[in-house]
Design a protein around this ligand. Sequence first.
Ligand SMILES: Cc1cc2nc3c(=O)[nH]c(=O)nc-3n(C[C@H](O)[C@H](O)[C@H](O)COP(=O)(O)OP(=O)(O)OC[C@H]3O[C@@H](n4cnc5c(N)ncnc54)[C@H](O)[C@@H]3O)c2cc1C
Length: 413
Amino acid sequence: MNWKDSEEQAAFRDEVRAFIRERFPARYVPDTESEQSLEPEDVYGYNWVIDRRSDNPERRSAANEWAAALAEKGWVAPNWPKEYGGAGLGVMEEFILHEEMMRARVPTVNGIGVFLMGPTLLQYGTEEQRRKHLPKISSGEEAWAQGFSEPNAGSDLAGVRTRAVREGDAYIVNGQKVWISQAQYADWLMVLARTGTDPEQPRHRQLTFLIMDIKTPGITVRPIVDMRGDTPYNEIFLEDVRVPVENRIGDENRGFYVAMSTLDFERSGIGSTIKYEQALLRLINFMKSEEAGTYLRRDWRESVRKEIAQRYIEIRVLYNLALHTVSKQAAGESPDYAASINQLFSFIVHDGLAGTGAKTFGQYGNLWQREDNPLGGFFTHDLIDVVAQPFIAGSAEIQRNVIATRGLGLPRA
Ligand SMILES: Cc1cc2nc3c(=O)[nH]c(=O)nc-3n(C[C@H](O)[C@H](O)[C@H](O)COP(=O)(O)OP(=O)(O)OC[C@H]3O[C@@H](n4cnc5c(N)ncnc54)[C@H](O)[C@@H]3O)c2cc1C
C-alpha cells in the first residue's frame, strides 16, 4: 500500500484543517478537571456526550455548536450515505478527518452512536429503522449506550441472562446490565437479551438484539463511581420493559451475530494513535524545558531517554497498523481480526506510555493532585485511566483468542 496522501486526499486534509480553524468554537476549551472519557478515541479534556448537556451554559452551547458545524458538512458520521446525514466519504477520508481532528485536539461527536450503532443499523437495520435513527445520530441529537455486559456475561457474552419474552407486538424485557458507558447521558440503549429457551440449541443462537428509548418505564440507570471518583459507566436494571417488536435489529435469536459486528466496528477505531503521540510529545517537550531540571535529576533523565524512544517507535507502529486496517476496509474487506490486533496493541502502547510518563517524574509521579505537579499530573492520571482500557470492547485475552483462532487459524483451547 501507498502511505502517502493522493492529491485529492492532501486537498481534503487542507480543507479539514481550514474548517477546524474557522468553525471550532474558541470558547470550547479543554477541561482537564472534568470527567475524562475512558474511550481511547476521545480527546483529553473533552467528553462531548457530557459536554452537550453540561450545567455550564457556555460549554453546553459550544459543544452543540461544534456538533452543528460538523453535521452541516456531514462530518459527524463522514462515511455514512448523505441521505442519512453523512458525507458519503470513503474510509480513507474518514481516517484523515479524524486524524486531523485529533491533531487539532478537537472532539469527535457522538462516539457510541456514530461508531457503533450507526454502522450496525446500516448493516442490519430495516430502512424504517435507519430513517428513524441515523439522521438524529449524525446530527448529534440522539446519544446511545451499548448494553451488552452483565454481572456474569462479559467475555462470555453468550451467557447473557437478561430475558425478552414476546407478548403480541412487543418484547417484555427483564434483567441487569453492568459497566454500560455513558448510559446516564444517553437517549437510546442497545440491549442483547435471551429470547430462546431450547436446551438443544447453542446459547449464542438464542439471543436477540433490541433497541430501546432509555426513558421507557422500567429502565433504571445507576452510575458506578470508579477509583478516580468519576462515573464513566453504569448498572442498568430492566424491569418489565416493553419494547415494540419493530425495535428488534436483525432476526430473533440471531442477535449475537449483530452484536459481534458492533464489536468489530468498536475495535477498528483509529484515533487513539494520534492521542498517544501528542501525549508523548508533551513529555518530550517537558524533558527539553528548563522546568524539567526542577523535578528530575540528570542521571534519571538519561535513564528514561531510551524508554521514551521505544514508546515513540511503538506509537509509529500503531499508526501504521491503524492505516493497514483502514486500507483493508477501503479495499472492501472486513477488518476482522485486524481490528483485534489494533485494539490489543493500542492498549499495550497506552499502558507503556502511561508507565513511562509517570516514571519520568520519579516521586512526583505518585501525586494525584494536579496543582504544583509537572504537566498537571497528566501521566499519573493516565496511569489510572489505562487500567480500564484492556476491558473495553472485550478484554485483552479475548482479543488474543480472536487473533489466535480467526487470524492464525489455531485450534480453540
Ligand atoms: C471502561 C469500561 C467501559 C465499558 N463499557 C461497556 C459498555 O459500554 N457496554 C458494555 O456492554 N460493556 C462495557 N464494558 C464491559 C466490558 O465489555 C467487560 O468488562 C469485558 O467484556 C470483560 O468482561 P468482565 O468484566 O465480565 O470480565 P470477565 O469476562 O469475568 O473476565 C475476567 C478476566 O478473565 C479473563 N478471561 C475471561 N474469559 C477468558 C478466556 N476465555 N480466555 C482467557 N481469559 C479469559 C479476562 O480476560 C479478564 O482478565 C466496559 C468495561 C470497561 C472497563
